[in-house]
Write a protein that binds this ligand. Structure first.
Ligand SMILES: Cc1cc2nc3c(=O)[nH]c(=O)nc-3n(C[C@H](O)[C@H](O)[C@H](O)COP(=O)(O)O)c2cc1C
Length: 369
C-alpha cells in the first residue's frame, strides 16, 4: 500500500492553491492536503469545477479532502473529481464546526455513525482510482473511550476498503465552542494513537495534532508512527517545518534553496494568477501564505508592517517585494535551511507505558465476520 510519511493538514482558507504552491517550493516530498471541499459544492458547481479542484502538476503528491453526508452527492462528487488525478481522496470525519457537524450533520458527527462512514467510504472508493482515507478525531463529547474509537476504526475498515486513518489525537466537543477552541481545549491523547498501532497491525495510521517542529515529526516516526501530519506549524512557520522534511524524513539531500529564491519563484506564480477572476485574487490573497516565512527572524515585524501598507497600493508582487523586502536582512534572505535542529521536547516519550488496555475484538468479530 502507498502511504505518506509527512503531510500538511487540510486547513480551510489556509491550504489553498497559493499556500500549496509555496509549500511545494520548500518541500518536494511532503504530501499536501486541500482544504475540505463539501461534496454538495462540487455537485452544485459541476460547470465550474476547475475553480475548486484544479491544481498545478507540481503539487503532487496531493490529497483531496471531501466532506458531506449525502451518499448520492458523495458518489457524484468523487466521480467528478476523479479526472483531476488526486493521489488520495480523504473523507472528513473530524470537523467540529457548527456549520459542518451541527447544521450540516457531517464532519466529526459522522464518528457516531461508523456504519454510514463505512458505506460512504465504499461509495468513494468505487468512484475513484485513488486510495481512500479517513481523517477523524479520537472521540466526540462523551463518546471518548478508547474502545469506542476502536469500534469506529474496526467497523469502517471492515465495511469498506479504508486501510489508512489520520488521527487528530484529541476529541471534539459539540457544545458550541469555536473550531479554534476545539483545536486547543480537548487534551491531546497520543496514547490512543499508539494503541491503535498495536491493536490494528494491518492498518496504517497517521498521527496529527500539536506537532510543532521537525524534531517532533521525527520523534513520532521513531516511535513507530506510519505518517505524521502537521497543520498550524506548517502554515505559521513553513520554512523551518517544511524546509527540513525532505532531508530529515525522506533522506534526500537538501535542495539548498534560499528564501530569496523561493520568493522569486513565488513571484512568477503570483503575478501569473493575480486578478485572474476580475478583482480576485488580489495581492493580499496571494501574499497571505508568505506571512509566516520569516517567523521569529530579525525584521519580521517591520516586514509585516510594511506589507500592511503595501497591500493598499501594490498591484503586482514585484512591486510588493520591492516595497517591503528591505526590512529583511540579506543574510536571512540568502541563507539555506539551517542544518541544526532545535532539540525540542519529545512529546511521545514514555507513551508505551500509558497505553489503554488492548481492544477486545471478539464481540465485533461476531457481528462483522
Ligand atoms: C484554519 C484551520 C482550518 C482547518 N480546516 C480543516 C479542514 O478543512 N479539514 C480538516 O480535516 N481539518 C481542518 N483543520 C484541522 C487540521 O487539519 C488539524 O487536524 C488540526 O489543526 C490539528 O493539527 P495541528 O495541531 O498540527 O494544527 C483546520 C485547522 C485550522 C487551523
Amino acid at each position: 500500500m502507498l502511504y505518506l510519511i509527512a503531510s500538511v493538514a487540510p486547513m480551510m482558507d489556509w491550504t489553498d492553491h497559493h499556500y500549496r504552491t509555496l509549500a511545494r517550493l520548500i518541500s518536494k516530498h511532503a504530501w499536501l492536503y486541500t482544504e475540505m471541499i463539501a461534496v454538495d459544492t462540487i455537485v452544485h458547481q459541476k460547470d465550474n469545477l476547475d475553480r475548486f479542484l484544479a491544481f498545478s502538476p507540481e503539487q503532487h503528491p496531493i490529497v483531496l479532502q471531501i466532506g458531506g453526508s449525502n451518499l448520492k452527492h458523495i458518489a457524484s462528487a468523487t466521480e467528478l473529481a476523479n479526472p483531476y488525478g488526486y493521489d488520495e481522496i480523504n473523507f472528513n470525519c473530524g470537523c467540529p464546526s457548527p456549520k459542518v457537524a451541527g447544521h450540516g450533520c457531517f464532519g466529526v458527527r459522522l464518528m457516531l455513525d461508523p456504519e454510514f462512514v463505512g458505506e460512504a467510504m465504499s461509495v468513494i472508493s468505487s468512484n475513484t482510482n485513488s486510495p481512500v482515507t479517513v481523517k477523524c478525531r479520537i472521540g466526540v463529547d462523551d463518546h471518548d473511550s478508547y474502545d469506542e474509537l476502536c469500534d469506529f476504526i474496526y467497523k469502517v475498515s471492515s465495511l469498506s476498503p479504508t486501510n489508512h486513518f489520520i488521527i487528530h489525537s484529541r476529541k471534539a466537543l459539540l457544545n458550541g465552542i469555536s473550531p479554534a477552541d476545539n483545536r486547543k481545549i480537548p487534551p491531546l491523547k497520543y496514547e490512543y494513537y499508539f494503541a491503535l498501532l498495536r491493536d490494528f497491525p494491518d492498518l496504517k495510521f497517521t498521527i496529527n495534532g500539536g506537532i510543532n517542529s521537525i524534531d517532533q515529526v521525527n520523534a513520532a516516526l521513531h516511535e513507530g508512527a506510519h505518517g505524521v501530519m502537521v497543520g498550524r506549524a506548517a502554515y505559521n512557520n513553513p520554512w523551518s517545518l517544511l524546509g527540513h522534511v525532505d532531508t530529515v524524513v525522506y533522506g534526500v539531500p537538501s535542495s539548498g534553496i534560499t528564501r530569496r529564491q523561493v520568493l522569486e519563484k513565488y513571484q512568477a506564480y503570483g503575478d501569473s494568477v493575480l486578478w485572474r477572476d476580475g478583482n480576485k485574487p488580489n495581492v493580499r490573497d496571494v501574499v497571505k501564505p508568505l506571512l509566516g516565512l520569516f517567523h521569529s527572524e530579525p525584521g519580521n515585524g517591520l516586514w509585516k508592517r510594511k506589507a500592511d501598507s503595501a497591500f493598499r497600493n501594490c498591484t503586482k508582487l514585484e512591486s510588493f517585494f520591492k516595497e517591503t523586502l528591505d526590512a529583511i536582512p540579506d543574510f536571512i534572505l540568502d541563507s539555506q535551511i539551517s542544518e541544526r535542529l532545535s532539540g525540542s521536547e519529545n512529546p511521545f516519550a514514555g507513551m508505551q507505558d500509558i497505553l489503554p488496555p488492548p481492544y477486545d475484538l471478539k464481540e465485533q468479530e461476531v457481528m462483522y465476520v
